[in-house]
Design a protein around this ligand. Structure first.
Ligand code: ADP
Length: 407
């Protein structure tokens, strides 16, 4: 079975075509600067990350996603360099959709009703959902007869208990506006939980873990019996940890204070908290490699940013560890920072030996792209590094939804 995964952004579109017989990637690519009247470009890789990898780059103007995806079809079905001969070979297209709102609680086969509901959630995901829906609509047009599945980044969090997802605000307003904790990076957390359980030879229903998706955007997942029990992000991806450019959780009263004292508009405060805060606001850099370098040169702001980031992760980890009453099988580190940054990983678990969490310093410092254990042999809680693979998870989920629809 061949499955195409599409992630349509406002000016970009990422795609990956899987052969599900062995989960190999036949091709993948990225179209950038869609809608830019001056220039755009498409980078297409055949058999990526293998010794047969081949790269094709097209530079041209892509006025809309329609022209971009048309070119993608052109490349994947090309008579010489194509990886399939007809788009009908694609069994299903899986789309990443950021926000499902309160009503789209699980991945679903797209129909007119679903599209209407996605449109109704635009206010909850104003930057992503319109583009995600455009991707679906263009795919419906350009791949006639191929079913589309919407995979929501919020779906993982929809299994949380009520006391985890409810905000202590007047409940009539919450209901009216679909205000609740949703959580994001759901596709990544789902992948990590499944891989973690398989790695530890545990039944998913008996598996408790804390997933640490630490990238430019970061969130922690608290997982009980294989399902989301709590998560650090909220109504939007702004809540929770300190991130690259997001402030994470702050006293909400800072918002009206800023608006009153600086005369800032809602958009300005939103931009300040989402784009100018976090590591960037603390030390002027977002990439931890730069921050570690500055910190090693004794830059005070970088040192503060480093220790605040670690503290913010540790604090949430502690909360989730307590929610699980210490019955934790594994801590699973993932994404750009989680997979690569041994300084952050070491800092987060430092001093937790008494709780049964003990790192093997050497294993932690060894670089690898593989799934691996970095805890000491006598650590009660396993510490794992699992490279995330959101596209593969979308493909797997889409396959499941398609198969279920045929029953
Ligand atoms: P996104 O949330 O945009 O998908 P990523 O998961 O790619 O982000 O994570 C990006 C962050 O990961 C970078 O800002 C950087 O801090 C960190 N990172 C990536 N590679 C490394 C590395 N080799 N060593 C340390 N940190 C890294």
């Amino acid at each position: 079975m061949k499955i195409l995964v599409l992630n349509a952004g406002s000016s970009s579109c990422k795609y990956k075509l899987f052969d599900m017989t062995d989960q190999s990637v036949l091709c993948q690519g990225l179209v950038e600067r869609i809608g830019d009247p001056a220039t755009g470009n498409l980078t297409h890789k055949i058999a990526p990350d293998t010794d047969k990898e081949e790269k094709i780059v097209r530079e041209k103007v892509y006025p809309t996603h329609n022209e971009a995806i048309r070119d993608v079809i052109d490349l994947i079905t090309d008579s010489k360099k194509g990886v399939i001969s007809d788009i009908k070979e694609i069994a299903v297209i899986g789309h990443r959709v950021l926000h499902g709102g309160a009503y789209l609680t699980a991945p679903v086969l797209v129909n007119d009703e679903i599209k209407k509901t996605i449109r109704a959630t635009f206010p909850l995901g104003p930057l992503h959902n319109p583009a995600n829906l455009t991707g679906i609509e263009v795919a419906e047009k350009l791949f006639p007869g191929v079913p589309n599945v919407a995979v929501f980044d919020t779906a993982f969090g929809m299994k949380m208990p009520k006391e985890a997802y409810t905000y202590a605000l007047p409940q009539d307003i919450c209901k009216e506006l679909q205000i609740r904790r949703y959580g994001f990076h759901g596709t990544s957390h789902t992948y990590l939980v499944h891989r973690g359980a398989a790695y530890m030879h545990k039944d998913l229903k008996d598996f408790n873990c804390i997933t640490l998706h630490l990238g430019n955007g970061s969130s922690l997942g608290c997982v009980k019996g294989g399902q989301c029990f709590d998560t650090s992000m909220g109504l939007t991806p702004l809540e929770g940890l300190i991130m690259g450019t997001r402030c994470g959780s702050i006293d909400p009263a800072i918002v009206p204070y800023l608006m009153q004292q600086k005369g800032m508009s809602t958009e300005e405060v939103d931009t300040l908290m989402n784009k100018k805060s976090g590591l960037l606001g603390l030390c002027g850099k977002t990439d931890l490699r730069d921050i570690h370098k500055l910190a090693s040169e004794n830059d005070e702001n970088a040192k503060l940013a480093e220790s605040m980031l670690i503290r913010s992760i540790k604090k949430t980890l502690g909360a989730f560890f307590f929610l699980l009453e210490g019955k934790v099988d594994a801590l699973i580190f993932s994404a750009g920072i989680g997979e690569n940054d041994n300084i952050v990983r070491a800092g987060v678990v430092a001093g937790l030996e008494g709780l049964g969490i003990k790192m093997d310093a050497k294993k932690n410092e060894t670089r690898s792209g593989d799934e691996r254990t970095i805890s000491a042999d006598d650590s009660r809680v396993a510490i794992l590094v699992i490279p995330t693979n959101e596209e593969l998870q979308i493909a797997l989920t889409s396959q499941e939804v398609l198969n279920a629809s045929k029953k």
